[in-house]
Design a protein around this ligand. Structure first.
Ligand SMILES: Cc1cc2nc3c(=O)[nH]c(=O)nc-3n(C[C@H](O)[C@H](O)[C@H](O)COP(=O)(O)O)c2cc1C
Length: 416
């Protein structure tokens, strides 16, 4: 009976344990989590979502308060189009987070950064260019292009001296999205080094419509595999979404996938950024309490726990401090929904916005409990403590369980 450890992810001569911990914003896949994956010989991700905010928390920078002060006079206004990021500060936050992470790296694995196109930051092309190139300059091993089609992202890095040596990959949820990407980038003479194929059971935003339940990961992976074979393209495929046990992973590796990308099992590891109290909500949850909804102002469906405190909250948009989802014209659908409710209830002290969520604020505060479909199975991966809480795991334990388990078994952690 094969184990994940019987396979290797190959990048040229480099061989890795074929386990990739997926990027989870905002700072859910922390540098500590990514570094554990690298130490154990696999691939970990940090996330580039809201990095000025994240570096304020970890490295005592003052990017958020500086921006908020600069746009103080705009706070009461509904038009947010003047609220721009200072590109030098965006660069500095990326440089800090990436370089501090890479300096601390040990072991044979790699650390990549997950970069979401849908974080349009009121200047999509300019901010993305800075984020991508600064991550390369600061020594990241690779970049995973996520949440969006990223048709122009390779071109934004073309002049970078590391464009051909860093590992660059893309997440797609359909063959069509991959074909579009390859066609658009055919002139650059550089294929992606890997393609993550993310199915409908993943956490975070989904690359499907609300008909996500009609799709399945195995079918999409098989379609893409066949296409790459026909086109004689040798690009490692990395399925993601709902791969919960080592045996699930082996079933993909045996049929030609190069590695698997996993995330949900690590949301209850101590190295993960989700606060311990919220991790208990992940453990406790039932299948009925997990939904895919359209609350994210990015326009993509997103999976989350129904009891997330951010759902229905009618907080004032916080774009002067954050503003990561403002589109190229300074709009965000949460602002529209908020203004509508304020107009409908002019005398109310507190309003509720039910159809959209202020994702920046609630992700930043860990009040949007995004999760994978199988979060309800996390309780089966650990022990129940005497007080009814669940025992938090270590990333090493979860990683090694994926790496060495057989027969769909999940090893419980040693008692503390
Ligand atoms: C809490 C959470 C947050 C996530 N955030 C992101 C993100 O910011 N960007 C992204 O590309 N994928 C995100 N994902 C998706 C994961 O990187 C991964 O591809 C997927 O969840 C794998 O499926 P699994 O969770 O069933 O193992 C997130 C997943 C989870 C569980």
């Amino acid at each position: 009976m094969k184990r994940v450890d019987d396979f290797r992810l190959r990048f040229g001569k480099r061989e890795l344990v074929p386990i990739v911990i997926g990027g989870m914003g905002v700072d859910i896949s922390t540098r500590e989590l990514a570094l554990e994956a690298a130490r154990l010989g696999g691939v970990g991700h940090i996330s580039d979502a809201m990095l000025p905010t994240v570096t304020d928390r970890h490295y005592k920078t003052k990017f958020v308060s500086t921006k908020q002060k600069q746009y103080k006079l705009n706070i009461e206004k509904s038009d947010k189009s003047i609220v721009q990021f200072d590109l030098a500060q965006v660069a500095e936050s990326t440089r800090l987070h990436v370089s501090k992470t890479m300096e601390a790296k040990h072991g044979d694995g790699m650390v990549f950064i997950n970069c979401m196109e849908k974080l349009t930051m009121n200047a999509p092309k300019e901010t993305l260019r800075v984020r991508l190139n600064t991550a390369l300059d600061a020594g990241i091993d690779g970049i995973t292009l996520a949440a969006g089609l990223h048709l122009g992202s390779f071109a934004l890095m073309e002049e970078n001296p590391r464009f051909r040596d860093a590992k660059l990959g893309i997440i797609v949820s359909s063959l069509r999205a991959l074909q579009l990407f390859l066609r658009k980038n055919s002139k650059l003479g550089r294929l992606p080094d890997y393609v993550v194929v993310e199915g409908p059971l993943a956490g975070g935003h989904l690359g499907f419509g609300m008909d996500w339940a009609q799709y399945d990961l195995r079918t999409i992976v098989a379609e893409i595999q066949q296409y790459l074979r026909e086109e004689k393209l040798d690009i490692p495929l990395i399925p993601a979404g709902g791969i919960f046990t080592g045996s699930d992973a082996v079933s993909y590796l045996e049929t030609g996938s190069a590695a698997v990308q996993v995330a949900t099992r690590f949301t209850v590891a101590k190295e993960c950024g989700i606060p311990a109290k919220v991790q208990q909500e992940y453990f406790k949850t039932s299948e009925d309490n997990i939904e895919v909804n359209m609350l994210s102002p990015t326009g993509y469906p997103m999976r989350m726990l129904k009891n997330s405190p951010g759902i229905g909250a009618g907080i004032r948009p916080n774009c002067e401090a954050y503003g990561y989802i403002l589109d190229a014209n300074g709009n965000c659908s949460y602002i529209d929904a908020y203004n509508r409710e304020v107009a409908l209830h002019p005398d109310a002290k507190k309003i509720s916005v039910k159809d959209k969520m202020c994702l920046c604020t609630h992700m930043r505060n860990y009040d949007c409990w995004t999760c994978g479909h199988y979060t309800y199975r996390l309780k089966d991966t650990t022990h129940r403590n005497a007080d009814g809480t669940y025992q938090i795991l270590t990333a090493e334990h979860v990683f090694k369980d994926y790496q060495f388990s057989t027969d769909n078994k999940i090893a419980l952690p040693p008692h503390p």
